[in-house]
Ligand binder design. Structure first.
Ligand SMILES: Cc1cc2nc3c(=O)[nH]c(=O)nc-3n(C[C@H](O)[C@H](O)[C@H](O)COP(=O)(O)O)c2cc1C
Length: 156
């Protein structure tokens, strides 16, 4: 059986990305992720990103290395890395959520987790990803200085 991993990171958007730029990024990400067997969820809010990447270890690490180098964001910090037995975001080639999402609702993969406070896939309940995504949704991140964002004991 292929070893699966789940990685969660957070980062700071370099500029205010327009909805069009976000959609272009999402489409690109979904294509590559699908090809590589990576699934997950990308949230954008208050000038910050949080993303869950899950799949075979090598493809998650390959995507994460590419993402870390991307100039569209800075301060990429991994918050959790777990070995997982089964996928939790099966079929989510990369779901994407933003607080209003008005322009994005019709986009394949749009997630209403932030805009309508809908739930996550059932397999996520009680995992670090669950906790981190809910934290990101509940927290007012706008204008929060980077150093004020602390997430408990150890970053992965
Ligand atoms: C916040 C953010 C999330 C991204 N998520 C993904 C992703 O899930 N999958 C992906 O292939 N690229 C994603 N990208 C784009 C990558 O950073 C990178 O531009 C792309 O994978 C091409 O890199 P490569 O040519 O080195 O493979 C993301 C970029 C940003 C800024």
């Amino acid at each position: 059986m292929t070893a699966l991993t789940s990685l969660v990171y957070m980062s700071v958007a370099a500029d205010d990305l327009t909805d069009d730029q976000l959609v272009a990024m999402l489409r690109e990400a979904r294509l590559r992720n699908h090809a590589l067997g990576v699934s997950g969820l990308l949230l954008a809010k208050g000038g910050r990103f949080m993303q869950v990447l899950e799949g075979p270890v090598w493809s998650v690490e390959d995507r994460f290395a590419a993402i870390e180098r991307d100039p569209r964001h800075t301060g990429v910090k991994s918050l959790s890395r777990e070995s997982i037995a089964t996928r939790r975001f099966d079929g989510w080639a990369m779901a994407f959520g933003s607080p209003t999402g008005d322009e994005l609702r019709d986009e394949p993969g749009f997630s209403t987790f932030l805009s309508d406070r809908t739930g996550l896939p059932t397999g996520v309940a009680g995992t670090p990803a669950d906790w981190l995504l809910r934290w990101f949704r509940g927290r007012d991140l706008q204008d929060l200085p980077e150093e004020r964002i602390t997430l408990g004991r150890h970053a992965a």
